[in-house]
Design a protein around this ligand. Sequence first.
Ligand code: 9D3
Length: 250
Amino acid sequence: MLRFDIITIFPDFFRGVFDFGIVRRARAAGLVEIAAHDLRGWTHDRHKVVDDRPFGGGDGMVLKPEPIFEAVESLTGQAGDAASLRESGRRVVLLSPQGRSLTQALASGLAKAEQVVVICGRYEGVDERVSEQLATDEVSIGDYVLSGGEPAAVVLVDAVTRLVPGALGSETSAVNESFSEGLLDFPNYTRPVEFRGRRVPEVLLGGHHAEVARWRRRAALRKTRRNRPDLFADAELTEEERIALDTEGE
Ligand code: 9D3
């Protein structure tokens, strides 16, 4: 059982988002448990203040360290330091624009933990001692600006949950998925054969398995070259595929 504990100032953000599809099924099957917690519950003042002004000056507010450390310590039952948390099979993920990128490899590592505590950043940032002492991982979901870590937490929980053994149905296995091949998926078509003047590629209608496989591989390569030149650069092409791509245009 993998337990996710999300620390946030907007616990209501997560109402219902984990009630669909694979995540819902994994929860129902007892493979994962997901809870969102209000950071303000770990304050001790009347106004439940979680932020303060940055030393050195500047606009905006910074999340204070004390409620965050207390939250992690109460949710893990452990001292708030990254090394001992990791040793006990727990991970503490600080979601921030300064993190390393979320990848399939990182998701796969998190899926082996017994507990993942997710800290959602907000405001101008989080006191750096959370990154230095408490977090086992500081993670960004990509190079664009979000209003806070909450949408990123949903992405992370989804990506990790589907890698927990048993979460995917027997029809799919996480090992032969798109990114483990290093290429984007090949294009798919279904009925009707002609839709608004666009026909399904003839080779897919013939049932010649080897021809279909060759077409799919080349279509995947072409699509990867167009949409993800970074992935295409590392793709291993046969001489035949190189020629086919160079002559078949695009
Ligand atoms: C780098 C931008 N910062 C300049 C002062 C301000 C800032 C913008 C947005 C600080 C925090 C945020 C909130 N974003 C997240 O907490 C966040 C995030 C993101 O914005 N993009 C991608 N991944 C993530 S994970 C958490």
